[in-house]
Design a protein around this ligand. Structure first.
Ligand SMILES: [Zn+2]
Length: 236
């Protein structure tokens, strides 16, 4: 098992040390990691591992039966053996951009729910930008952008914590999260609570205050089969 050290609220850490528990030609498993292994629409982190006498680029990270595999490339020296202490360094600039985009997605989803009663049914992001899909087709993109930035400008605190599932189910409004898709055994849940604005269970990385997002720009919108897709970007 790899301890997911970015949970529940250390998602601003990009340098850490950990111990190797398994090494293959393709990947290294550590006892704990700050690399986000992808999921919930957010891509995995990239970065590097280094150890006495060697280093490697981490080109992908993926969960596998409770472990996180750090896929390595450009290996210098021998890959580290079991028990070796390695230093992990996440590409902080890339992580920061994905973190700001991801948190912006929470705000856009909440704005769309409040303004149009429309539930988010899909979302994703890359370093090029993010997108949200929601039910319904009659939206005003300029209004979504205005309301999103109005929330961001309030610079609300973003709290990340483990909470009992029952508490989360009470706090999350209808249409905000697909709680029924989260297996029953997930209890407690990691929740992202934007103070006085939104609560949503989520395992990704998020800023500590909405002002850290920057400015959100809606870059496109399209509708098909009763689902609207809004693309967005963030600028510092
Ligand atoms: Zn999230």
């Amino acid at each position: 098992m790899t301890e997911l050290r970015y949970l529940p609220d250390d998602d601003d850490v990009t340098e850490f040390e950990a111990t190797v528990v398994e090494t293959t030609a393709d990947y290294v498993i550590l006892d704990g990691t700050h690399f986000y292994p992808g999921g919930g629409g957010q891509p995995a982190d990239r970065g590097a591992l280094s150890w006495p006498g060697g280093e490697a680029a981490v080109v992908d990270a993926r969960k596998n039966h409770g472990d996180v595999r750090h896929y390595v490339d450009d290996v210098r020296g021998e890959l580290p053996g079991v028990g070796t202490t390695v230093a992990g360094r996440i590409d902080a600039e890339r992580r920061d951009r994905l973190t700001r985009l991801h948190t912006a997605q929470h705000v856009v989803s909440r704005v769309v729910l409040d303004e149009y009663g429309a539930a988010t049914v899909g979302n994703g992001l890359s370093t090029d930008g993010g997108w949200v899909e929601f039910e319904g087709a009659d939206v005003d993109v300029a209004e979504i952008e205005r309301l999103t930035n109005a929330a961001v400008d309030r610079d609300l605190a973003v709290h990340k914590a483990e909470r009992p599932r029952a508490v989360v189910e009470d706090a999350v409004p209808e249409g905000r999260a697909q709680l029924d898709l989260i297996p029953d055994h997930v209890d407690p849940m990691r929740v992202v609570d934007v103070e006085g604005f939104d609560v949503c269970p989520c395992g990704g990385t998020h800023v500590d205050a909405l002002g850290d997002i920057g400015t959100v720009r809606i870059t496109g919108a399209s509708a098909e089969d009763g689902v609207t897709r809004v693309a967005f970007d963030v600028t510092p």
